[in-house]
Every structure is written in structure tokens, then in C-alpha cells.
Design a protein around this ligand. Structure first.
Ligand code: G1P
Length: 295
């Protein structure tokens, strides 16, 4: 089985739900505790063994590029000031030479369109896709869990989570033909089905391991749900020839593309930090709103 070495990060979205913040900050740079969302995604990819990072970006996302670049002036100042801890905090922002490629998606035509920008860089091998909006808090990274499972199944694999039937219209949804442990074998996938039309409540979450052949499907894709070129539709075309499985990851997923999910993630990650937990909990409990919530 080929090692999964490359990951595509679609980061071209405008983040309108976070306006006015995203007027000048890419949504992937919004911060959970002290790290931007993109750092969580890159860390998860690294843990899974990813060596090549492909960002599919857009105009106005310069802060993302700068974030993974060397900040020579800042580093010199920190060194001179003997601020070793602050210098060490920069370590995860360093990319190995040649490891990061940034492409442009010149038009917002959908997730399928974003992923196909990376065709030449992928070169036919299986690769991962990570949507940084979906933050997954887990012991072992969600993508690393998938890489392990993928070694036995191959084909296309999507991360899945059971959602309320009323929520299916926000997700890609699997038509499941059989299940074994964390794996579900799909006979189809539908993008954003209405609750009454959804084939199941097993939703696709933003982690994928895709056979390189998906690029040919993406090349000929027609617009789907919302008039966009949908990655889900391309995967759906391969259910017979390549095979599609859903992997139910172990972990808590936050929709950081929504303000509500982002605020919840902030709480969860703050409570997870030994140096913040007690102060944070005590503070929330003394807030009048917090007390009303408890009551
Ligand atoms: C995308 C995918 C969808 C998936 C979702 C997970 O939708 O198209 O299949 O379920 O991410 O977050 P988006 O949230 O970009 O509309």
C-alpha cells in the first residue's frame, strides 16, 4: 500500500460567517486558544505522516503564507532578548524546504474544483484532504486514525460522524450498504440532502483519503448541490470501481466554520489546557450568563 505523503488543504473560502473579522484575516487564521485553525490542521497532517502540504488558496490570504514562512526579524529579536520559550512556540510554523506549495483557486467554484487544482502535484498517488474548518479534538489525530484503517481497505475513504436527521442538509451523506466496527461501506454519497431524502444520518466530515484517480472524475465534474463542483459527487461516481468507505473517527468534531462551533471549540480546547483549565472554569462559573446556563 502506497504511503499517504501529500495532503490538500482547501483554504480559499471567504469565511463570511465571521465578518467583520474575516474582512482582513483569513478564516483559517482565527485562533483557538493560541494557535490558528490552520495550525491544528497541519499538526494533524504531520502526525499522520504527511510530508507535502498543498494549500489551495485565494486572493487576500497573505497572512496564511506569512504564517508558515520564516519571520527572520522576529526570531532575531527573540534570540537577542533571550526569549527561548517564545522562540520554541514558533517551531510548528516551520515547514521543511519545499514541503509547502500554495496554489490559487481563481474562482470559488466549489470543493471539487479546489481539490482538482492540485492534480499535477498529486501525480496519481493516494492523498489526503483536510478541511481546516472541521477541527477534531482527539487523543490520536483523526487523519492518523484513518491512515491506519486505510492500509487495509484502500479506495476512497471519508471521515464520518452520525448527525441528527435535521442536520443532513449541511453535509455529504453516505448511503451505507454494510458496517463493520468503525468502517462503513458505501454504495453512494449525496451532497447536502434534505432530511426526508437523506439515505442515512452518517455525515462526511472534512477528512478524506482519496485514490489519485479522483482527479479524472474531478476533471469532468458537473455542478451539483448549490451549483458548485462537489467533491462528494466525484467520490460517488467511484463507489463501484474504486470503492468508498466511511471511517467513524474517535474524537470530538467542531464546526469552526460556524461561530457557534468555533466558540464551543474555544471552550473545549481551553478546558483541555492544564495551565488554563482552572482559571477558565472558575471565570465562566462567575459570569451571570454562565450561572443561568447552569440553572
Ligand atoms: C463540505 C463538504 C461536505 C462535508 C462538509 C464537512 O461542505 O462538501 O460533504 O460534509 O464539508 O464539514 P461545506 O461545509 O464546505 O459546505
Amino acid at each position: 500500500m502506497t504511503k499517504i505523503r501529500k495532503a490538500v488543504f482547501p483554504v480559499a473560502g471567504m469565511g463570511t460567517r465571521f465578518l467583520p473579522a474575516t474582512k482582513s484575516i483569513p478564516k483559517e487564521m482565527l485562533t483557538l486558544v493560541d494557535r490558528p485553525l490552520i495550525q491544528y490542521a497541519v499538526d494533524e497532517a504531520r502526525e499522520a505522516g504527511i510530508e507535502e502540504f498543498i494549500f489551495v488558496s485565494a486572493a487576500g490570504k497573505g497572512a496564511l503564507e506569512d504564517y508558515f514562512d520564516t519571520a527572520a526579524a522576529l526570531e532575531t529579536r527573540l534570540k537577542e532578548a533571550g526569549k527561548t520559550e517564545a522562540l520554541e512556540a514558533l517551531a510548528p510554523t516551520r515547514m521543511k524546504e519545499g514541503a509547502l506549495t500554495i496554489l490559487r483557486q481563481s474562482q470559488p467554484l466549489g470543493l471539487g474544483h479546489a481539490v482538482r487544482q492540485a492534480k499535477a502535484l498529486i501525480g496519481g498517488e493516494p492523498f489526503a484532504v483536510i478541511l481546516p474548518d472541521d477541527v477534531i479534538k482527539s487523543q490520536k489525530g483523526a487523519l492518523a486514525q484513518m491512515v491506519d484503517a486505510y492500509a487495509d481497505v484502500g479506495g476512497h475513504m471519508v471521515a464520518t460522524m452520525d448527525v441528527a436527521r435535521s442536520e443532513t442538509s449541511k453535509y455529504g451523506v453516505l448511503d451505507v450498504c454494510s458496517e463493520a466496527g468503525r468502517l462503513a461501506h458505501a454504495r453512494g454519497l449525496v451532497e447536502k440532502p434534505r432530511a426526508d431524502l437523506a439515505p442515512s444520518t452518517k455525515a462526511v466530515i472534512g477528512r478524506y483519503i482519496l485514490d489519485g484517480a479522483i482527479m479524472d472524475r474531478l476533471a469532468n465534474l458537473r455542478p451539483g448541490a448549490g451549483g458548485e463542483l462537489q467533491l462528494t459527487d466525484a467520490i460517488n461516481e467511484d463507489v463501484d470501481q474504486i470503492g468508498v468507505s466511511g471511517f467513524q473517527f474517535d474524537g470530538q468534531r467542531f464546526d469552526c466554520g460556524s461561530v457557534q462551533g468555533y466558540v464551543q471549540a474555544t471552550a473545549a480546547f481551553s478546558l483541555d489546557r492544564a495551565d488554563l483549565r482552572d482559571d477558565y472554569a472558575a471565570f465562566v462559573n462567575t459570569q451571570p450568563q454562565g450561572l443561568r446556563l447552569v440553572a
